[in-house]
Design a protein around this ligand. Sequence first.
Ligand SMILES: Cc1cc2nc3c(=O)[nH]c(=O)nc-3n(C[C@H](O)[C@H](O)[C@H](O)COP(=O)(O)OP(=O)(O)OC[C@H]3O[C@@H](n4cnc5c(N)ncnc54)[C@H](O)[C@@H]3O)c2cc1C
Length: 342
Amino acid sequence: METILFLAHTETDGTLGKAALESLNSAKTLASALAGSTLVVGLVGADVQAAANQIASSGATRFLGVAGADFAQARYSSDVVAAEALSKAAAASIIIGPATSRWNRVMAGVAQRLGGRIDTHVTGITAADGKPSVTRWYYRQRMEGVLSRTQRPWITLLESGCSPAYSGAPGSATVELVAISLPAQRTTVTGVQAPAADAQTIRPDAKLLFVAGAGWTKKQADGQAHPVEAEKLILGFLNKAKASLGSTKSLVDLSGEGQAVLTFMTHMNQIGQTGATPRHPKGLATCCHGEEPHTVGWRFINERRAINLNPACSWAQGKADVLYVADSFAVMSKINELLTAK
Ligand SMILES: Cc1cc2nc3c(=O)[nH]c(=O)nc-3n(C[C@H](O)[C@H](O)[C@H](O)COP(=O)(O)OP(=O)(O)OC[C@H]3O[C@@H](n4cnc5c(N)ncnc54)[C@H](O)[C@@H]3O)c2cc1C
């Protein structure tokens, strides 16, 4: 008999975000798969009532909350105390939360405080024969492991995009507030500095991953490099298609080598063995050779297409569903034209 605590923080508008709703769905599914277990909700935020109402029909037996101005924003020293208090108040044996940057930073400390164990980057939570287990990837997403633990409490942080989001009808939930007296805080959160939404090129929820490779900055048929035109074409496409921007290692490393670079590209955009492994339904690689250390980062891209001048590039070796042997400058310019007309 497990007590499963769905533990989440609210977003700035007081509601629960998509990642939180996905982990609630997993917690709920696990609770119904484990006979005799109960689902409890634990929420942290400036005010948690709206979030509790949002998931009022989730089937949770209790709604616990830690609320107040001190818990509005991410801060290790206050979040760790709140999460610990909610876990204890729920007498939780399994704690499931979203792998947001806020929770990733804090939950290992919570496990330590509770004498429990934690698994991060979890991609699935299931139960077989009354025994819960989690899946996660190892060795840069090449091997999938299935883990089970007897130690309790057991905390798992679920990656986003791995479960459908909970979408039950909102209602009215009664929240039991857990009072916390925080010790004097050394860290004051004065605000958040973030790029404007349309300046943000990494969009995890985008339907398309658009990868730009080093070819965009290489000399073209006229013997010249065209980085300014490349920048215009890529940004134009991203703005119109609302795609997420990925890159190759070669392209993001170029600035260190003093070459003409795309100014909006950083190492955060790098896809691959030493980069990210995002999840998108479709991917389009342009001016990118498709070498294995890069394409290993495409593991979770369902439909892959590439545009390359070279018919013998690595995408042609079974790594893409469709390879257009063409000039990316010409193709993207035409696509942008069509998107503008649309
Ligand atoms: C240990 C290790 C880890 C690595 N990790 C990563 C990683 O995480 N991510 C990663 O990306 N790489 C990684 N690499 C590097 C990887 O092996 C490749 O070197 C890199 O992906 C190549 O980048 P690229 O395809 O952009 O560049 P290039 O190999 O230079 O390819 C450029 C391509 O652009 C094409 N092209 C040029 N002009 C045009 C045009 N007008 N239209 C169409 N096509 C055009 C060319 O035909 C060429 O195929 C790693 C390597 C090692 C050794």
